[in-house]
Design a protein around this ligand. Sequence first.
Ligand SMILES: Nc1ncnc2c1ncn2[C@@H]1O[C@H](COP(=O)(O)OP(=O)(O)O)[C@@H](O)[C@H]1O
Ligand SMILES: [Mg+2]
Length: 309
Amino acid sequence: MAAGARLQTAKAEGETASIILEVSGLDAAGRAALEAKVREAAQAAGAAEVRVGMTAERVNRRIIAVGSGKGGVGKSTLSANLAVAMARLGRKVGLVDADIYGPSQPRLLATEGRKPEAEGQKLHPVQSPWGVPMLSMGHLVQPGQAIAWRGPMAGNALGQLIDAHWGDAEILVVDLPPGTGDVQLTMLQKHKPAGAVIVSTPQDLALMDAARAIRLFEQGQVPLVGMVENMAGYVCPHCGGTSDPFGTGGAETAAKAMGLPFLGRVPLNLAIRQKSDAGEPPAAGEGPEADIFAGIARGVLAWLDAQQG
Ligand SMILES: Nc1ncnc2c1ncn2[C@@H]1O[C@H](COP(=O)(O)OP(=O)(O)O)[C@@H](O)[C@H]1O
Ligand SMILES: [Mg+2]
C-alpha cells in the first residue's frame, strides 16, 4: 500500500501538521519507515512541527486449537501441516506452539535458532519459510534447555505467544500440550478458541484419551470442529503393501459414535516422518500427503466460514 493510501486525516494549524495514519498489517519497521516518510513530506511542505498518530484495524482473529489426550499421536505434525495447508489455500494463518515444555514447531517449520523480536511487552512472530508466521517457547530458550515452569508462569508464557503482534493473521492454529490438565483448561477458558480439532490414532487406547480431550473442550465450552485419524495404514516402502500397526478406521467409527465430524485420515508413512524432521512440512510439497492435509484444511475452513456466516 502506498503511503498516500495510509493517510486517514491530515490537518494543519499554523506551522503544526497533525497526521493520522492507518497502519494495519505493518510491523514496527514498516510503521517507522512510513512515519519517517510522512514527516519528511510534511516538513518539506513547510510544517515546523509534525504530529503523527496511528490507527490499526482490529482483525477478527480466531483460534483453532489442536488437541489430543496424549502425546506422540501427531498433534504437532498435524498443527504444522494444517497451518501450512490453510496458508496455501490463501488464508492468513499464524501458528502458536503451546507445548511450552516440549516445543517442536521450530524443528517442524525450519525456524530453529531464530529469535522473535520484542516491541515493548509484545513479541513479533518469527517468519517461517512456509508462509506461516509462528511463535514457540523453542524460540525463547536455548535448544535442549530444561523448562521447569510452574502452572502460572507457564500460563503467562503461553499468553505472550498468543497475544503477540500477529498482524493480519485471521486464524491462529494452536498446538496444545498433550494431556487434559488444568493448564490446558485455563488456556481454553482464557483464550477462547473458536474451535478444536482432535487428533487420535486408530487404536482403542488412544481413542480413550481422545474422548478425554473431547470432554476437556466441552468443559471449556470450546466447539469441536472434528477428528483427524493419524498413523492409519502403514505403506511398506519395500513391498508397497499396507499394514495397520495401530488398526484403521477406529477414529472415524469413534467420531461417528460421538457425533463428531470426521476430517480425514493421515497414513503412517516414512516420508511424513523424514520430511517433518527435516523441517519441510509435507503439506508444502506435492503428492498424496499434501492432498490429504489440503483436504483437512478445507474441512476446517468450511467449518470456520460457516460459523462466521
Ligand atoms: N502420519 C505420520 N507418519 C509418520 N510419522 C508420523 C506421522 N505423524 C507423526 N509422525 C511422527 O511421530 C512423532 C510424533 O509426532 P508429533 O507430531 O510430535 O506428536 P505429538 O505432538 O502428538 O506428540 C514424530 O516423530 C512425527 O514425525
Ligand atoms: Mg507435540
